[in-house]
Design a protein around this ligand. Structure first.
Ligand SMILES: *Cc1c(COP(=O)(O)O)cnc(C)c1O
Length: 465
């Protein structure tokens, strides 16, 4: 496998772009990323002609894979050829808005923007404007794009910016808490209840391993926010139209957030974001309300056409059966492969999301160090794997791996992230399997993937683990 073409491109890129890339995570691959020439179904082909099974899928947006169905492609090309955009409304944005409102029960009104980041920026501003409050509760390890209010680390007592260039005063209004930790949320509301505008969370942590919520966690968030007149915002930029099908993750969990942010799939592979929710709240956006929000490219006709045709195609075909079925096959197969290495690995994910987390010696969070009579058995793991979560970790207390599986970001961070990135990723690439750039980013099944892709990928994992 040669990478001469990619090396030369990276050499040029380093001279004109910071770190040689346009988005930080792309440079995580060492010594340099491969440059993609084109996609084909569930595969990508790089600048040197190497072909890989692609489980990155644009980091989430490509539900249908790289070859778009004819009707989707035709709509995109027709819309683009009629003129890129106009600065005045077009019919297709109404069609897509109606589609989302029809399928996602919590969404009565929606505004389209151009990225997931823009969606969460606007949702946070809307929540603050609507409630007249300042503070936002976020989950440690949650990702809401590159925005000032959520690029915050530390804990509730000690929030600080996680990037240079962000004033501490932004972090002062953000309260980071561990995912799956009800007490931490109760504490936050006890101390700051009357100044908390919203709790903002991904329904499933999708940018930090994949961490599933414990039973009842989202219901708890729903109740405590309502009690304090705060908003519950689900960031469904990854999970929207991927988990729970067209109803999104909120329908899977049966929880109704006040606001939802979308991105990725809803633009069918083009730049997109959206903020949807209760009409009475969303109406606070200008011009109907006083929360300013605007964008030259918002509701871009090509993006709207791509999103609409993608979702309509999914509604009329076996897209979710296909991707979720292959997702189950992958997670089941991976669970079998790592069975004799418990607790070294945890297979995570649901629907068409999957990941293997290198938990190794067992995480060291609140739940994690199992106490047995023989002392700390975290290295040897459970005696039996009977009744374990089969197609991805569901945080079932009855699962024998429960004490070892990651419950929050700290647990994932304690996993062997360097081994994953520096050794394992390359071993998979050598076997022509393209996984996401590090231990934290999610991997995705698309409609373009086949059973053969799954079998070959499982063989590669067997070889590499
Ligand atoms: C990708 C992502 C974002 C940011 O979206 P961009 O389009 O990259 O700005 C926000 N929230 C979540 C949950 C994401 O996965």
């Amino acid at each position: 496998m040669t990478h001469e073409g990619s090396r030369r491109l990276y050499d040029r890129a380093l001279s004109v772009m910071p770190g040689g890339v346009n988005s930080a995570v792309r440079a995580a691959i060492e010594p340099y990323p491969f440059f993609v020439r084109k996609g084909e179904g569930g595969h990508v082909i790089d600048a040197d002609g190497n072909r890989y099974i692609d489980w990155v899928m644009g980091l989430g947006p490509l539900l249908l894979g790289h070859d778009l169905p004819e009707q989707v492609r035709a709509a995109i090309q027709r819309t683009a050829s009629e003129g890129p955009m106009y600065g005045t409304p077009t019919p297709v944005e109404v069609d897509l808005a109606e589609f989302v409102v029809r399928h996602v029960p919590s969404v009565e009104k929606i505004r389209f923007v151009n990225s997931g980041t823009e969606a969460t920026v606007s949702a946070v501003r809307l929540a603050r404007g609507y409630t007249g409050r300042n503070k936002i509760v976020v989950m440690q390890g949650g990702y809401h794009g590159a925005q000032e209010s959520t690029l915050v680390e530390g804990d509730a007592e000690n929030p600080r910016p996680s990037s240079a260039g962000i004033p501490q005063s932004f972090a002062d209004h953000t309260i980071p808490v561990p995912f799956n930790d009800e007490d931490a949320i109760r504490d936050a509301f006890e101390k700051h209840g009357d100044d908390i505008a919203a709790v903002l969370t991904e329904p499933i942590l999708g940018n930090y391993g994949i961490v599933y919520p414990e039973e009842g966690y989202h219901e708890f968030l729903r109740e405590i926010t309502a009690e304090h007149d705060s908003l519950l915002i689900f960031d469904e930029v990854i999970t929207g139209f991927r988990v729970g099908g067209l109803g999104c993750a909120q329908s899977e969990f049966g929880v109704t957030p006040d606001l939802t942010t979308f991105g990725k799939i809803v633009g069918g592979g083009f730049p997109v974001g959206a903020i949807g929710g209760r009409a009475e709240i969303v109406e606070h956006f200008a011009p109907s309300g006083d929360v300013f929000q605007a964008g030259t490219f918002s509701g871009h006709p090509v993006t709207m056409a791509a999103g609409l045709e993608t979702l309509q195609f999914a509604a009329e075909n076996d897209v979710y059966d296909h991707v979720n079925g292959l997702g189950d096959r992958l997670r089941n197969g991976l669970t079998e492969i790592v069975a004799d290495q418990a607790p070294s690995y945890t297979v995570t994910g649901t629907d068409s999301m999957f990941k293997v987390i290198f938990t190794r010696e067992g995480p060291s969070g609140v739940h994690s160090t199992p106490n047995t009579e023989s002392g700390d058995n975290s290295e040897q793991g459970p005696d039996s794997l009977e009744e374990q979560c089969e197609a991805g970790c569901r945080q079932e207390p009855t699962c024998p791996r429960y004490d070892y599986c990651p419950k929050n970001a700290a647990d994932v961070k304690n996993a062997e992230t360097e081994r994953w990135r520096r050794i394992f990723w390359g071993q998979m690439k050598e076997q022509e399997v393209f996984l996401s750039q590090n231990q934290f980013e999610c991997q995705f099944v698309s409609y373009g993937h086949t059973e053969e892709d799954v079998e070959r990928t499982l063989e590669a994992y067997k070889e590499a683990l």
